[in-house]
Design a protein around this ligand. Sequence first.
Ligand SMILES: NC(=O)c1ccc[n+]([C@@H]2O[C@H](COP(=O)([O-])OP(=O)(O)OC[C@H]3O[C@@H](n4cnc5c(N)ncnc54)[C@H](O)[C@@H]3O)[C@@H](O)[C@H]2O)c1
Length: 326
Amino acid sequence: MFLVTGSSGRIGSSLVAALLARGEAVRGFDARPSGRTAPGYSEVVGQFSDAQAAARAMQGVSSVFHLGAFMSWLAADQAKLFDANVEGTRALVAAANLEKVRRFIFASSGEVYPENLPEYLPVDEDHPLKPASAYGLTKLLGEEIVRWAGRSAGLAFTILRFSHTQEATELLDPDSFFSGPRFFLQPRIRQQEGFGNTAVVELLRRHDDGTPAMVLSRNQNGRPFRMHITDARDMVTGLLLALDTPATVGGTYNLGATDPVDFAGALPMLAEITGYPIRTVDLPGVGVFYETSNARFREVTGFQPAWPFARMVEEAASAWRAKHRS
Ligand SMILES: NC(=O)c1ccc[n+]([C@@H]2O[C@H](COP(=O)([O-])OP(=O)(O)OC[C@H]3O[C@@H](n4cnc5c(N)ncnc54)[C@H](O)[C@@H]3O)[C@@H](O)[C@H]2O)c1
Protein backbone atom coordinates (compact mmCIF):
# COMPACT_ATOMS: atom_id res chain seq x y z
CA MET A 1 0.00 0.00 0.00
CA PHE A 2 1.27 3.45 -0.97
CA LEU A 3 0.60 6.57 1.06
CA VAL A 4 0.46 9.83 -0.91
CA THR A 5 0.21 12.94 1.24
CA GLY A 6 -1.13 16.06 -0.45
CA SER A 7 -3.37 13.73 -2.44
CA SER A 8 -5.85 16.51 -3.25
CA GLY A 9 -3.13 18.79 -4.57
CA ARG A 10 -1.68 19.49 -7.99
CA ILE A 11 1.09 16.88 -8.01
CA GLY A 12 -0.33 14.47 -5.41
CA SER A 13 -3.61 13.93 -7.27
CA SER A 14 -1.72 13.09 -10.50
CA LEU A 15 0.57 10.72 -8.61
CA VAL A 16 -2.42 8.94 -7.04
CA ALA A 17 -3.91 8.45 -10.52
CA ALA A 18 -0.60 7.11 -11.87
CA LEU A 19 -0.15 4.64 -9.00
CA LEU A 20 -3.74 3.40 -9.35
CA ALA A 21 -3.12 2.97 -13.08
CA ARG A 22 -0.15 0.75 -12.18
CA GLY A 23 -2.56 -1.40 -10.18
CA GLU A 24 -1.28 -0.31 -6.76
CA ALA A 25 -3.37 0.16 -3.63
CA VAL A 26 -3.15 3.82 -2.60
CA ARG A 27 -4.14 5.83 0.45
CA GLY A 28 -4.39 9.60 0.24
CA PHE A 29 -3.87 11.94 3.18
CA ASP A 30 -4.86 15.58 2.90
CA ALA A 31 -6.67 18.27 4.83
CA ARG A 32 -9.08 18.57 1.90
CA PRO A 33 -11.11 15.60 0.63
CA SER A 34 -10.28 14.73 -2.99
CA GLY A 35 -13.71 13.48 -3.98
CA ARG A 36 -11.97 10.53 -5.63
CA THR A 37 -13.64 7.14 -5.51
CA ALA A 38 -11.76 4.31 -7.18
CA PRO A 39 -11.11 0.64 -6.51
CA GLY A 40 -7.93 0.36 -4.46
CA TYR A 41 -8.16 3.93 -3.16
CA SER A 42 -8.86 5.10 0.38
CA GLU A 43 -8.28 8.43 2.04
CA VAL A 44 -7.62 9.99 5.43
CA VAL A 45 -8.73 13.60 5.77
CA GLY A 46 -6.84 15.49 8.45
CA GLN A 47 -3.84 17.60 9.41
CA PHE A 48 -0.36 16.14 8.95
CA SER A 49 0.60 17.34 12.44
CA ASP A 50 -2.24 15.35 14.03
CA ALA A 51 -0.35 12.26 15.27
CA GLN A 52 -3.49 10.13 15.37
CA ALA A 53 -4.47 11.02 11.82
CA ALA A 54 -0.87 10.38 10.68
CA ALA A 55 -0.91 6.95 12.38
CA ARG A 56 -4.25 6.09 10.72
CA ALA A 57 -2.90 7.19 7.34
CA MET A 58 0.25 5.08 7.77
CA GLN A 59 -1.47 1.81 8.76
CA GLY A 60 -0.42 -1.03 6.42
CA VAL A 61 1.69 1.30 4.26
CA SER A 62 4.95 0.13 2.72
CA SER A 63 6.00 3.24 0.75
CA VAL A 64 5.31 6.91 1.37
CA PHE A 65 5.32 9.87 -1.00
CA HIS A 66 5.21 12.89 1.31
CA LEU A 67 4.09 15.58 -1.14
CA GLY A 68 1.65 17.51 1.01
CA ALA A 69 2.76 20.91 2.23
CA PHE A 70 1.41 24.35 2.84
CA MET A 71 2.75 26.94 0.40
CA SER A 72 2.46 30.59 1.33
CA TRP A 73 4.68 33.63 1.25
CA LEU A 74 2.46 35.76 3.49
CA ALA A 75 3.98 36.77 6.83
CA ALA A 76 0.65 36.07 8.52
CA ASP A 77 0.86 32.39 7.50
CA GLN A 78 4.14 31.50 9.22
CA ALA A 79 2.70 29.54 12.16
CA LYS A 80 0.58 27.50 9.75
CA LEU A 81 3.64 26.86 7.54
CA PHE A 82 5.70 25.47 10.40
CA ASP A 83 2.80 23.35 11.64
CA ALA A 84 2.11 21.81 8.21
CA ASN A 85 5.64 21.44 6.87
CA VAL A 86 7.82 20.91 9.94
CA GLU A 87 5.61 19.44 12.68
CA GLY A 88 3.57 17.66 10.00
CA THR A 89 6.72 16.07 8.52
CA ARG A 90 7.93 15.09 12.00
CA ALA A 91 4.60 13.40 12.79
CA LEU A 92 4.60 11.52 9.46
CA VAL A 93 8.20 10.40 9.85
CA ALA A 94 7.46 9.14 13.37
CA ALA A 95 4.44 7.21 12.08
CA ALA A 96 6.49 5.85 9.16
CA ASN A 97 9.19 4.59 11.55
CA LEU A 98 6.60 2.81 13.72
CA GLU A 99 5.13 1.19 10.58
CA LYS A 100 8.67 0.29 9.38
CA VAL A 101 7.93 1.57 5.87
CA ARG A 102 10.31 0.50 3.11
CA ARG A 103 10.59 3.83 1.26
CA PHE A 104 9.95 7.49 2.15
CA ILE A 105 10.10 9.95 -0.74
CA PHE A 106 9.98 13.58 0.33
CA ALA A 107 9.04 16.58 -1.82
CA SER A 108 11.37 19.44 -0.98
CA SER A 109 11.81 22.61 -2.99
CA GLY A 110 14.37 24.69 -4.87
CA GLU A 111 13.55 27.37 -2.30
CA VAL A 112 16.01 25.69 0.08
CA TYR A 113 18.94 27.18 -1.93
CA PRO A 114 17.12 29.54 -2.78
CA GLU A 115 17.18 29.60 -6.58
CA ASN A 116 16.20 33.27 -6.68
CA LEU A 117 19.49 34.25 -5.00
CA PRO A 118 21.96 31.80 -6.54
CA GLU A 119 25.65 31.93 -5.69
CA TYR A 120 26.38 30.20 -9.02
CA LEU A 121 24.50 28.80 -11.99
CA PRO A 122 23.27 26.27 -12.75
CA VAL A 123 22.21 25.52 -9.20
CA ASP A 124 23.17 21.94 -8.34
CA GLU A 125 22.65 19.87 -5.21
CA ASP A 126 25.95 21.09 -3.70
CA HIS A 127 24.82 24.73 -3.74
CA PRO A 128 24.79 26.31 -0.24
CA LEU A 129 21.43 26.07 1.53
CA LYS A 130 20.28 29.50 2.69
CA PRO A 131 16.50 29.73 2.30
CA ALA A 132 15.22 33.29 2.09
CA SER A 133 11.51 32.60 2.67
CA ALA A 134 9.86 31.02 5.70
CA TYR A 135 8.40 28.48 3.27
CA GLY A 136 11.91 27.54 2.05
CA LEU A 137 13.09 27.25 5.66
CA THR A 138 10.24 24.87 6.50
CA LYS A 139 11.15 22.69 3.50
CA LEU A 140 14.81 22.61 4.59
CA LEU A 141 13.77 21.68 8.15
CA GLY A 142 11.57 18.97 6.64
CA GLU A 143 14.59 17.63 4.73
CA GLU A 144 16.64 17.59 7.95
CA ILE A 145 13.91 15.68 9.80
CA VAL A 146 13.84 13.10 7.01
CA ARG A 147 17.68 12.78 6.96
CA TRP A 148 17.73 12.48 10.75
CA ALA A 149 15.20 9.63 10.53
CA GLY A 150 17.53 7.99 8.02
CA ARG A 151 20.45 8.22 10.46
CA SER A 152 18.60 7.40 13.65
CA ALA A 153 15.98 4.88 12.53
CA GLY A 154 17.22 3.60 9.18
CA LEU A 155 14.41 5.26 7.18
CA ALA A 156 15.12 4.61 3.48
CA PHE A 157 14.48 8.13 2.21
CA THR A 158 14.89 9.97 -1.06
CA ILE A 159 14.69 13.76 -1.07
CA LEU A 160 13.57 15.45 -4.29
CA ARG A 161 13.97 19.23 -4.53
CA PHE A 162 11.09 20.14 -6.79
CA SER A 163 11.27 22.79 -9.44
CA HIS A 164 8.39 25.19 -9.76
CA THR A 165 5.54 23.02 -11.08
CA GLN A 166 2.29 23.72 -12.90
CA GLU A 167 -0.47 21.93 -14.66
CA ALA A 168 -0.27 23.11 -18.28
CA THR A 169 -3.78 24.58 -18.18
CA GLU A 170 -2.81 26.82 -15.26
CA LEU A 171 -0.41 28.78 -17.47
CA LEU A 172 -3.21 30.78 -19.08
CA ASP A 173 -5.60 30.85 -16.13
CA PRO A 174 -5.65 34.39 -14.66
CA ASP A 175 -7.20 32.96 -11.48
CA SER A 176 -4.54 30.28 -10.90
CA PHE A 177 -2.35 30.57 -7.81
CA PHE A 178 1.04 30.83 -9.55
CA SER A 179 0.50 31.67 -13.21
CA GLY A 180 -2.25 34.23 -12.65
CA PRO A 181 0.03 36.73 -10.90
CA ARG A 182 3.08 35.64 -12.88
CA PHE A 183 1.72 36.35 -16.36
CA PHE A 184 -1.39 38.54 -15.95
CA LEU A 185 -1.09 42.18 -14.86
CA GLN A 186 -4.20 42.63 -12.73
CA PRO A 187 -3.80 39.38 -10.73
CA ARG A 188 -0.18 40.45 -10.18
CA ILE A 189 -1.36 43.76 -8.74
CA ARG A 190 -3.77 41.95 -6.41
CA GLN A 191 -1.00 39.55 -5.31
CA GLN A 192 1.40 42.40 -4.52
CA GLU A 193 -1.37 44.20 -2.61
CA GLY A 194 -1.72 41.03 -0.53
CA PHE A 195 2.04 41.01 0.16
CA GLY A 196 1.83 44.70 1.17
CA ASN A 197 4.43 45.67 -1.48
CA THR A 198 3.10 49.19 -1.96
CA ALA A 199 5.99 50.43 -4.15
CA VAL A 200 5.55 47.49 -6.58
CA VAL A 201 1.76 47.95 -6.57
CA GLU A 202 2.20 51.60 -7.57
CA LEU A 203 4.67 50.69 -10.29
CA LEU A 204 2.36 48.02 -11.74
CA ARG A 205 -0.70 50.26 -11.54
CA ARG A 206 1.00 52.72 -13.90
CA HIS A 207 0.74 50.02 -16.59
CA ASP A 208 -2.90 49.17 -15.86
CA ASP A 209 -5.56 50.87 -18.02
CA GLY A 210 -8.32 48.66 -16.59
CA THR A 211 -8.32 46.19 -19.48
CA PRO A 212 -6.72 42.72 -19.29
CA ALA A 213 -3.00 42.61 -20.07
CA MET A 214 -0.06 40.25 -19.75
CA VAL A 215 3.02 41.27 -17.79
CA LEU A 216 6.63 40.69 -18.83
CA SER A 217 8.63 40.92 -15.60
CA ARG A 218 12.20 42.16 -15.77
CA ASN A 219 14.59 43.19 -13.02
CA GLN A 220 15.77 46.70 -12.24
CA ASN A 221 18.32 46.52 -15.08
CA GLY A 222 15.81 45.29 -17.66
CA ARG A 223 16.86 41.61 -17.50
CA PRO A 224 13.79 39.43 -18.21
CA PHE A 225 12.91 36.85 -15.58
CA ARG A 226 14.01 33.27 -16.23
CA MET A 227 13.08 30.18 -14.23
CA HIS A 228 12.06 26.56 -14.59
CA ILE A 229 8.38 25.73 -15.03
CA THR A 230 7.82 21.98 -14.92
CA ASP A 231 4.69 20.12 -15.95
CA ALA A 232 3.09 18.14 -13.09
CA ARG A 233 3.15 15.03 -15.32
CA ASP A 234 6.94 15.15 -15.54
CA MET A 235 7.12 15.41 -11.75
CA VAL A 236 5.00 12.26 -11.47
CA THR A 237 7.35 10.48 -13.88
CA GLY A 238 10.29 11.57 -11.71
CA LEU A 239 8.59 10.45 -8.49
CA LEU A 240 7.93 6.98 -9.92
CA LEU A 241 11.51 6.74 -11.20
CA ALA A 242 12.78 7.64 -7.72
CA LEU A 243 10.64 4.82 -6.31
CA ASP A 244 11.79 2.33 -8.94
CA THR A 245 15.50 3.21 -8.65
CA PRO A 246 16.96 1.82 -5.41
CA ALA A 247 20.15 3.86 -6.02
CA THR A 248 18.21 7.01 -5.07
CA VAL A 249 17.85 5.82 -1.45
CA GLY A 250 19.70 8.17 0.89
CA GLY A 251 20.12 10.75 -1.88
CA THR A 252 19.00 14.32 -2.50
CA TYR A 253 18.18 15.39 -6.07
CA ASN A 254 16.87 18.35 -8.00
CA LEU A 255 13.79 17.30 -9.97
CA GLY A 256 12.35 19.44 -12.72
CA ALA A 257 12.42 20.51 -16.34
CA THR A 258 15.83 20.45 -17.99
CA ASP A 259 15.67 23.93 -19.56
CA PRO A 260 14.58 27.14 -17.89
CA VAL A 261 11.88 29.39 -19.40
CA ASP A 262 13.00 32.79 -20.58
CA PHE A 263 10.11 35.20 -20.02
CA ALA A 264 11.14 37.42 -22.97
CA GLY A 265 10.40 34.44 -25.23
CA ALA A 266 7.45 33.07 -23.25
CA LEU A 267 5.31 36.19 -22.95
CA PRO A 268 4.86 36.73 -26.73
CA MET A 269 3.78 33.07 -27.00
CA LEU A 270 1.20 33.52 -24.25
CA ALA A 271 0.02 36.94 -25.47
CA GLU A 272 -0.53 35.64 -28.99
CA ILE A 273 -3.02 33.14 -27.57
CA THR A 274 -4.89 35.52 -25.27
CA GLY A 275 -4.76 38.49 -27.63
CA TYR A 276 -3.86 40.70 -24.64
CA PRO A 277 -1.14 43.34 -24.87
CA ILE A 278 2.17 42.81 -23.02
CA ARG A 279 3.15 45.38 -20.40
CA THR A 280 6.90 45.25 -19.74
CA VAL A 281 7.64 46.12 -16.12
CA ASP A 282 11.11 46.63 -14.65
CA LEU A 283 10.72 45.61 -11.02
CA PRO A 284 13.04 46.74 -8.22
CA GLY A 285 15.78 44.31 -7.17
CA VAL A 286 17.74 41.53 -8.87
CA GLY A 287 14.57 39.76 -10.00
CA VAL A 288 14.27 36.08 -10.86
CA PHE A 289 16.99 34.55 -13.02
CA TYR A 290 18.14 31.01 -12.50
CA GLU A 291 18.82 27.64 -13.98
CA THR A 292 18.76 24.47 -11.90
CA SER A 293 20.58 21.33 -12.93
CA ASN A 294 18.62 18.07 -12.94
CA ALA A 295 21.71 16.22 -14.31
CA ARG A 296 22.30 14.14 -11.17
CA PHE A 297 18.74 12.79 -11.18
CA ARG A 298 18.80 12.14 -14.94
CA GLU A 299 22.07 10.25 -14.59
CA VAL A 300 20.87 8.01 -11.76
CA THR A 301 17.33 7.33 -12.99
CA GLY A 302 17.30 8.00 -16.75
CA PHE A 303 14.67 10.74 -16.23
CA GLN A 304 13.71 12.55 -19.45
CA PRO A 305 11.03 15.26 -19.14
CA ALA A 306 8.36 14.86 -21.81
CA TRP A 307 6.52 18.15 -21.32
CA PRO A 308 8.84 21.07 -22.15
CA PHE A 309 7.34 24.55 -21.84
CA ALA A 310 6.38 24.86 -25.54
CA ARG A 311 4.31 21.67 -25.26
CA MET A 312 2.66 22.90 -22.06
CA VAL A 313 1.73 26.13 -23.87
CA GLU A 314 0.09 24.17 -26.71
CA GLU A 315 -2.16 22.48 -24.18
CA ALA A 316 -2.84 25.74 -22.35
CA ALA A 317 -3.82 27.30 -25.70
CA SER A 318 -6.38 24.56 -26.37
CA ALA A 319 -7.89 25.08 -22.91
CA TRP A 320 -7.97 28.87 -23.44
CA ARG A 321 -9.67 28.53 -26.85
CA ALA A 322 -12.23 26.05 -25.52
CA LYS A 323 -13.10 28.47 -22.70
CA HIS A 324 -13.26 31.61 -24.85
CA ARG A 325 -15.02 30.19 -27.90
CA SER A 326 -18.16 32.23 -28.29
N1 LIG B 1 4.09 23.48 -7.24
C1 LIG B 1 5.29 23.98 -7.11
O1 LIG B 1 5.67 24.91 -7.82
C2 LIG B 1 6.26 23.40 -6.12
C3 LIG B 1 7.59 23.81 -6.17
C4 LIG B 1 8.51 23.28 -5.27
C5 LIG B 1 8.07 22.36 -4.33
N2 LIG B 1 6.77 21.98 -4.29
C6 LIG B 1 6.36 21.01 -3.28
O2 LIG B 1 5.67 19.98 -3.94
C7 LIG B 1 4.66 19.45 -3.12
C8 LIG B 1 3.34 19.39 -3.86
O3 LIG B 1 3.06 20.66 -4.41
P1 LIG B 1 1.67 20.96 -5.16
O4 LIG B 1 1.96 22.00 -6.19
O5 LIG B 1 1.00 19.71 -5.54
O6 LIG B 1 0.91 21.64 -3.94
P2 LIG B 1 -0.67 21.82 -3.68
O7 LIG B 1 -0.80 23.06 -2.86
O8 LIG B 1 -1.44 21.71 -4.95
O9 LIG B 1 -1.00 20.55 -2.77
C9 LIG B 1 -0.62 20.46 -1.44
C10 LIG B 1 -1.72 19.71 -0.68
O10 LIG B 1 -1.31 19.61 0.68
C11 LIG B 1 -2.48 19.79 1.49
N3 LIG B 1 -2.08 20.31 2.80
C12 LIG B 1 -1.45 21.49 3.04
N4 LIG B 1 -1.23 21.61 4.37
C13 LIG B 1 -1.73 20.48 4.95
C14 LIG B 1 -1.80 20.03 6.29
N5 LIG B 1 -1.29 20.75 7.30
N6 LIG B 1 -2.38 18.83 6.54
C15 LIG B 1 -2.92 18.09 5.52
N7 LIG B 1 -2.88 18.50 4.22
C16 LIG B 1 -2.29 19.67 3.95
C17 LIG B 1 -3.33 20.78 0.74
O11 LIG B 1 -4.69 20.65 1.10
C18 LIG B 1 -3.06 20.42 -0.73
O12 LIG B 1 -4.04 19.57 -1.26
C19 LIG B 1 4.67 20.30 -1.85
O13 LIG B 1 5.44 19.65 -0.87
C20 LIG B 1 5.39 21.56 -2.27
O14 LIG B 1 6.05 22.17 -1.17
C21 LIG B 1 5.86 22.48 -5.17
